[in-house]
Design a protein. Structure first.
Length: 342
């Protein structure tokens, strides 16, 4: 279900995505809509993505609401899916790969006895089989079978590339291509009955895990096949649904309140060791120069300036050397500090 962050530039259309109304003004010649005035925005917006929108459509809507210049999402949710979708704006996009790599938790409902061409409710039915009595013991056995390190064959309806072309493009053309199984990890898996022909799947998984495929494989293990009818992401990395805002709630806020919903880019670095540098060392670090100090070795470091305290970037420490990985620019730092002022 996951895909790398996509970064979108300014919209070429002044109209709001998904039917929102953009401000407009009549020009001297009349009837001309004004373009949305984009601005630098830096931070993370935790969205509870609604059903029916692609991740990119949701991103474009929020980007318009914030009048943001640049933004990206951190792992694709299909239109059928809802739930936690971190959106990274400005400098935060530099650290969005960490969310792509993060473990994720999903709640899903699967319909037993019916397989579809896409593995979910949007596809055509390709097979129907009777569903015999599925016991709690059957569900426990299958849950144990799919917990831990497993192998998955990626679905044809996915964004994975084959010879430079997305698999879903082949699928839409009616072409099947060979896909190599990939190793993923299911850390926790709970399967419970919903009714005689449906089950609820709650799973915490590693990056690259396809919940559609997991549901199909569970159906096969139960001897009847299955497809997804509902999917909700409840957590990704350190973020969960309790921290998210819906699109209608965000749209109802005024501009300052919308900006107040943004978390700082440092929110993407909760497991990084924090190192603060004094002014001169901070300036040199921002140019990419290595710094020496009495720091223990660490693979993940968040580096801050002292006065004022501001995130400078990420780094690693090797034998007392602080080596920069991703750096904010001086312009980004000035803009972020400006956003913090009342």
């Amino acid at each position: 279900m996951s895909a790398p962050v996509s970064v979108a530039g300014p919209s070429q259309d002044a109209k709001a995505p998904m039917g929102g109304s953009a401000p407009c003004a009549a020009g001297k010649r009349g009837g001309l809509r004004s373009r949305v005035q984009r601005r630098p925005v830096h931070g993370v917006l935790l969205l509870d993505k609604p059903i029916g929108l692609s991740s990119n459509q949701a991103l474009q809507k929020v980007k318009w609401l914030l009048s943001a210049e640049k933004g990206g999402h951190t792992g694709t949710l299909d239109p059928l899916a809802t739930g936690v979708l971190p959106l990274c704006f400005g400098a935060a996009a530099k650290f969005s790969q960490l969310q792509f790599d993060a473990d994720k938790t999903y709640q899903a409902v699967a319909r037993l006895g019916v397989r579809t061409s896409t593995g979910d409710a949007e596809g055509d039915v390709i097979e129907e089989r009777p569903v015999h009595d599925v016991t709690a013991q059957d569900l426990a056995r299958v849950a144990a079978q799919f917990t831990g390190a497993i192998r998955q064959i990626p679905p044809m309806h996915s964004a994975l590339k084959k010879d430079g072309k997305a698999l879903y493009e082949y699928a839409r053309a009616g072409v099947q291509v060979d896909r190599a199984p990939r190793g993923v990890t299911v850390f926790k898996l709970d399967i419970t009955p919903v009714d005689a022909v449906s089950i609820r799947i709650t799973a915490t998984v590693s990056k690259g895990t396809y919940i559609r495929t997991l549901a199909e494989d569970i159906g096969q293990a139960l001897g009847c096949g299955a497809h997804l009818t509902a999917l909700r992401r409840t957590a990704t990395g350190p973020f969960d649904l309790a921290q998210c805002i819906t699109l209608p709630a965000l749209e109802a806020l005024d501009e300052p309140a919308r900006l107040a919903r943004l978390l700082p880019p440092a929110a993407l670095l909760p497991d990084h060791v924090a190192i603060a540098l004094p002014d001169e060392a901070a300036g040199r670090f921002l140019t990419g120069l290595r710094r020496r100090g009495l720091w223990p070795d660490a693979d993940r470091v968040a580096v801050y300036g002292d006065r004022p305290r501001a995130l400078l970037g990420t780094a690693r420490v090797v034998r007392g050397e602080l080596i920069a990985d991703r750096l904010l620019s001086p312009v980004e730092l000035q803009q972020m500090l400006g956003m913090q002022r009342p």
